[in-house]
Design a protein around this ligand. Structure first.
Ligand SMILES: [Zn+2]
Length: 214
Protein backbone atom coordinates (compact mmCIF):
# COMPACT_ATOMS: atom_id res chain seq x y z
CA UNK A 1 0.00 0.00 0.00
CA UNK A 2 1.37 3.46 -0.91
CA UNK A 3 2.13 6.06 1.76
CA UNK A 4 -0.86 8.14 0.59
CA UNK A 5 -3.30 5.20 0.54
CA UNK A 6 -2.14 4.18 4.03
CA UNK A 7 -2.56 7.74 5.34
CA UNK A 8 -6.09 7.95 3.87
CA UNK A 9 -7.02 4.68 5.62
CA UNK A 10 -5.44 5.76 8.92
CA UNK A 11 -7.23 9.13 8.92
CA UNK A 12 -10.61 7.40 8.47
CA UNK A 13 -9.84 4.70 11.05
CA UNK A 14 -8.66 7.14 13.74
CA UNK A 15 -11.47 9.63 13.01
CA UNK A 16 -14.12 6.91 13.29
CA UNK A 17 -12.63 5.62 16.53
CA UNK A 18 -12.70 9.13 18.02
CA UNK A 19 -16.25 9.75 16.82
CA UNK A 20 -17.47 6.38 18.13
CA UNK A 21 -16.07 7.21 21.58
CA UNK A 22 -17.83 10.59 21.66
CA UNK A 23 -14.64 12.63 21.37
CA UNK A 24 -16.23 14.90 18.77
CA UNK A 25 -19.82 14.93 17.55
CA UNK A 26 -21.86 15.71 14.45
CA UNK A 27 -19.71 17.18 11.69
CA UNK A 28 -17.17 18.69 14.10
CA UNK A 29 -13.44 18.01 14.25
CA UNK A 30 -10.86 17.67 11.51
CA UNK A 31 -7.54 16.00 10.79
CA UNK A 32 -4.64 16.74 8.45
CA UNK A 33 -1.53 14.76 7.54
CA UNK A 34 1.62 15.91 5.74
CA UNK A 35 2.92 13.41 3.16
CA UNK A 36 6.62 13.03 2.39
CA UNK A 37 6.22 14.87 -0.97
CA UNK A 38 5.09 17.96 1.02
CA UNK A 39 1.41 17.70 0.03
CA UNK A 40 -1.39 17.29 2.59
CA UNK A 41 -4.43 15.10 3.19
CA UNK A 42 -7.22 16.95 5.01
CA UNK A 43 -10.69 15.89 6.13
CA UNK A 44 -13.44 17.52 4.04
CA UNK A 45 -15.64 20.43 5.15
CA UNK A 46 -19.02 19.44 6.55
CA UNK A 47 -17.99 15.80 6.95
CA UNK A 48 -18.53 13.70 10.07
CA UNK A 49 -15.44 12.03 11.49
CA UNK A 50 -17.55 8.89 11.95
CA UNK A 51 -18.33 8.46 8.27
CA UNK A 52 -15.30 9.47 6.19
CA UNK A 53 -14.54 7.90 2.81
CA UNK A 54 -10.79 7.46 2.15
CA UNK A 55 -11.30 8.28 -1.55
CA UNK A 56 -12.96 11.63 -0.77
CA UNK A 57 -10.35 13.03 1.67
CA UNK A 58 -9.13 16.41 0.34
CA UNK A 59 -5.65 16.43 -1.19
CA UNK A 60 -3.82 19.79 -0.96
CA UNK A 61 -0.48 20.87 -2.39
CA UNK A 62 2.40 22.15 -0.24
CA UNK A 63 0.81 25.65 -0.25
CA UNK A 64 -2.57 24.22 0.82
CA UNK A 65 -4.14 24.65 -2.64
CA UNK A 66 -6.81 22.10 -3.53
CA UNK A 67 -5.58 19.25 -5.74
CA UNK A 68 -8.36 16.71 -5.46
CA UNK A 69 -11.07 15.09 -3.38
CA UNK A 70 -13.84 17.03 -1.60
CA UNK A 71 -13.42 20.65 -0.45
CA UNK A 72 -11.27 20.76 2.71
CA UNK A 73 -12.27 21.89 6.19
CA UNK A 74 -12.64 25.65 6.72
CA UNK A 75 -10.14 25.31 9.55
CA UNK A 76 -7.20 24.91 7.13
CA UNK A 77 -5.47 28.14 8.38
CA UNK A 78 -5.28 26.59 11.84
CA UNK A 79 -3.59 23.45 10.50
CA UNK A 80 -1.26 25.40 8.18
CA UNK A 81 -0.09 27.54 11.10
CA UNK A 82 1.30 24.45 12.88
CA UNK A 83 3.00 23.04 9.77
CA UNK A 84 4.57 26.44 9.00
CA UNK A 85 5.85 27.11 12.53
CA UNK A 86 6.84 23.58 13.63
CA UNK A 87 8.87 21.87 10.92
CA UNK A 88 8.62 18.48 12.67
CA UNK A 89 4.80 18.44 12.38
CA UNK A 90 3.47 15.45 10.42
CA UNK A 91 -0.19 15.67 11.46
CA UNK A 92 -2.69 17.96 13.20
CA UNK A 93 -5.87 16.88 15.01
CA UNK A 94 -8.69 19.22 16.03
CA UNK A 95 -11.71 18.10 18.07
CA UNK A 96 -14.69 19.64 19.80
CA UNK A 97 -14.17 17.32 22.79
CA UNK A 98 -16.51 18.03 25.70
CA UNK A 99 -14.22 18.12 28.74
CA UNK A 100 -11.53 20.17 27.02
CA UNK A 101 -14.12 22.71 25.90
CA UNK A 102 -15.54 22.85 29.43
CA UNK A 103 -12.06 23.43 30.88
CA UNK A 104 -11.53 26.30 28.42
CA UNK A 105 -14.43 28.19 30.00
CA UNK A 106 -13.53 27.99 33.68
CA UNK A 107 -12.16 31.10 35.38
CA UNK A 108 -9.47 29.20 37.32
CA UNK A 109 -7.92 27.69 34.16
CA UNK A 110 -4.37 29.00 33.69
CA UNK A 111 -4.27 30.41 30.13
CA UNK A 112 -0.57 29.61 29.80
CA UNK A 113 -0.86 26.00 31.02
CA UNK A 114 -4.46 24.81 30.91
CA UNK A 115 -3.95 21.25 32.18
CA UNK A 116 -3.33 20.80 35.91
CA UNK A 117 -0.50 18.32 36.71
CA UNK A 118 -2.71 15.34 37.50
CA UNK A 119 -0.80 12.56 35.69
CA UNK A 120 2.61 12.49 33.96
CA UNK A 121 1.10 11.62 30.56
CA UNK A 122 -0.46 14.97 29.76
CA UNK A 123 2.91 16.59 30.48
CA UNK A 124 4.86 14.00 28.45
CA UNK A 125 2.66 14.13 25.36
CA UNK A 126 1.64 17.79 25.30
CA UNK A 127 4.00 20.00 27.29
CA UNK A 128 2.23 23.22 28.31
CA UNK A 129 -1.07 23.73 26.47
CA UNK A 130 -1.88 27.37 25.69
CA UNK A 131 -5.42 28.73 25.92
CA UNK A 132 -6.26 30.93 22.92
CA UNK A 133 -9.16 33.39 22.96
CA UNK A 134 -12.56 32.84 21.38
CA UNK A 135 -12.74 33.33 17.62
CA UNK A 136 -15.73 33.12 15.28
CA UNK A 137 -15.75 29.81 13.37
CA UNK A 138 -13.59 30.05 10.26
CA UNK A 139 -11.86 33.26 11.48
CA UNK A 140 -8.31 33.37 10.06
CA UNK A 141 -7.33 34.97 13.40
CA UNK A 142 -7.11 31.45 14.88
CA UNK A 143 -4.24 30.61 12.55
CA UNK A 144 -2.60 33.97 13.32
CA UNK A 145 -2.83 33.26 17.05
CA UNK A 146 -1.06 29.90 16.55
CA UNK A 147 1.63 31.60 14.44
CA UNK A 148 2.06 34.10 17.28
CA UNK A 149 3.36 31.22 19.43
CA UNK A 150 6.27 30.83 16.96
CA UNK A 151 6.28 27.04 17.17
CA UNK A 152 6.84 26.95 20.94
CA UNK A 153 3.67 24.92 21.66
CA UNK A 154 2.48 21.67 20.07
CA UNK A 155 -1.04 22.03 21.46
CA UNK A 156 -3.52 24.84 21.98
CA UNK A 157 -7.04 25.00 23.37
CA UNK A 158 -9.40 27.37 21.58
CA UNK A 159 -11.73 28.96 24.14
CA UNK A 160 -15.34 27.76 23.89
CA UNK A 161 -14.35 25.63 20.90
CA UNK A 162 -11.79 22.82 21.36
CA UNK A 163 -8.20 21.55 21.21
CA UNK A 164 -5.79 21.63 18.25
CA UNK A 165 -2.78 19.33 18.57
CA UNK A 166 0.24 18.80 16.32
CA UNK A 167 2.36 15.64 16.33
CA UNK A 168 5.23 14.07 14.43
CA UNK A 169 2.74 11.70 12.78
CA UNK A 170 -0.99 11.01 12.86
CA UNK A 171 -0.80 8.48 15.68
CA UNK A 172 1.24 10.81 17.90
CA UNK A 173 -1.14 13.72 17.25
CA UNK A 174 -4.17 11.53 17.93
CA UNK A 175 -2.79 10.06 21.16
CA UNK A 176 -1.77 13.50 22.42
CA UNK A 177 -5.23 14.90 21.67
CA UNK A 178 -6.82 12.03 23.59
CA UNK A 179 -4.46 12.65 26.51
CA UNK A 180 -5.50 16.31 26.56
CA UNK A 181 -9.17 15.34 26.70
CA UNK A 182 -8.57 12.69 29.40
CA UNK A 183 -6.64 15.14 31.57
CA UNK A 184 -9.38 17.73 31.14
CA UNK A 185 -11.91 15.08 32.17
CA UNK A 186 -9.89 14.13 35.28
CA UNK A 187 -9.57 17.79 36.15
CA UNK A 188 -13.35 18.24 36.04
CA UNK A 189 -14.01 14.98 37.91
CA UNK A 190 -11.73 15.98 40.77
CA UNK A 191 -12.71 19.64 40.88
CA UNK A 192 -13.52 20.82 44.39
CA UNK A 193 -12.24 17.52 45.88
CA UNK A 194 -8.72 18.82 46.68
CA UNK A 195 -6.94 16.20 44.51
CA UNK A 196 -3.31 15.53 45.28
CA UNK A 197 -1.60 16.80 42.15
CA UNK A 198 2.00 16.20 41.09
CA UNK A 199 4.33 18.48 43.05
CA UNK A 200 6.58 21.00 41.28
CA UNK A 201 9.50 18.60 41.86
CA UNK A 202 7.56 15.67 40.35
CA UNK A 203 6.61 17.77 37.31
CA UNK A 204 10.24 18.79 36.95
CA UNK A 205 11.33 15.14 37.12
CA UNK A 206 8.87 14.18 34.34
CA UNK A 207 9.99 17.12 32.18
CA UNK A 208 13.66 16.16 32.62
CA UNK A 209 13.28 12.40 32.16
CA UNK A 210 11.12 12.66 29.03
CA UNK A 211 12.84 15.77 27.60
CA UNK A 212 9.62 17.79 27.42
CA UNK A 213 9.71 21.35 26.03
CA UNK A 214 8.46 23.19 29.12
ZN1 LIG B 1 -13.58 23.46 15.29
Amino acid sequence: MSEEARAREDICKIAKSMFDRGLTCGASGNISVRLSDGSFLVTPTGSSMGFLDPARISHMDAKMRHLGGDKPTKEIPLHAAFYDTRAETGAVVHLHSTHSVALSMLPETDPDNVLPPLTPYGIMRLGKVKLLPFFLPGDAGMGEAVRGLAGRRSAVLLANHGPVVAGKDLWAAAYATEELEETAKLSLLTRGLSPKMLSDAEVEAVVTKFEVDW
